[in-house]
Design a protein around this ligand. Sequence first.
Ligand code: GLV
Ligand code: MN
Ligand code: MN
Length: 430
Amino acid sequence: MTSRPLVQATPGDIAAAARRVMARCDELARVSAAPGRIERVYLSPEHARVNRLAAEWMRELGMRTWQDAAGNQVGRLGAAEKPALLLGSHLDTVLDAGRYDGIVGVLMALEVVRLLRVPTGDGWTCGLPFALEVVAFSDEEGTRFGKALLGSSAVAGSWDDAWWALQDADGVSLRQAFLEFGLDPGRIDEAARRPGEVVGYLEAHIEQGPELDRAAEPLAVVSSIASARRFQVVVEGEARHAGGTPYDMRHDALLGASEAALAVERLCSAEHHVIGTVGRFEAFPGAVNVIPGEVRFSLDLRGEFDGERDRVWLALARDLDEIMGRRGLRWSAREVHSAPAVFCAPLLQDVVAAGIRSTLPPRSEAPPVIFSRAGHDGMALGAITDVGMLFLRNPGGISHHPDEGVSTGDVAHGIRALAESVLQIAAEPR
Ligand code: GLV
Ligand code: MN
Ligand code: MN
């Protein structure tokens, strides 16, 4: 690691890059399935539109572009035979999303390419010992099919054929959605990268909590990404007349499921760094005068370490047995997503720290290092390559919500830090 900053760009170049990122975040926010809010899910017409826009911006930089077999949009600069350093994040969103989660990381990566590319006479190259690729991942959130990280799992070569049968809320299977989008499920393996083709993966992302804002710090090094499991839980009871059924004859699935949701909060808050959320909760038949006979709810469970997360799930399963047994209900759970915690590579943590140091006024303490409670594409890519992440301050710490934010000034610092990280990797003996 050199202590001398390597990025030559002027403050004016960086400020212009940050303004372009913010303007493009606004432009992408207008590509939505729902008027007045942001909604862009995997394999939707909006997914196709943002891929087309990203591809145009990549080509403007002189990159070769393609949409891979999982619908990820990729741009590459550099000789075909070189391994690539991957930079990126995702362009899909949750429902009623903010405009920066994922998106800002893709757009910052494009600005890093703009800062580091060198003219060749008839085009551009990146002039580094590796090629640079920007990957706009297609499905990080799992909004449509429940399973997160579909785009990056394909790139990591860890696609599971069982996923083809996953269905969206309208009963459309993942396989059918691929075909309707114009992708061939039989070619999914072509999206996979082999470890030798990839130097590493670097991602900039807004923090999705308040730590940096509270510490008045614009940027942080990410140490690891939380492990995650997601379940669809079904509680079955008996739908009966709301007026005619006395309490001692009721088997109310909603009350059992409500107790279950409270148990999630109780068990998770008793553990260090485990957090659980019941985000979707539906009662059937859903009539005002019928006792709910069935409830389906989602459970999202995360932990800094896989073992703690799994311990909470086992304790919860015991509590559910007790709650449902006491109320004469039955319950079952289907696991729809599981990803182990991923630790950012020590070398990439060091280069990101060097990147942050290069852009902020000199100071004695090292930049903050934080663990990500949110999931990221690096969780899948960790299976094939080293992962490094840079977090940007999010004023108020709000995310997965329209009020999600980041400042142009912090994006400018982030772009310089990310570009510097790339040059620091290039300067390392290989
Ligand atoms: C994605 O943002 C997640 O953490 O669920
Ligand atoms: Mn998200
Ligand atoms: Mn994200």
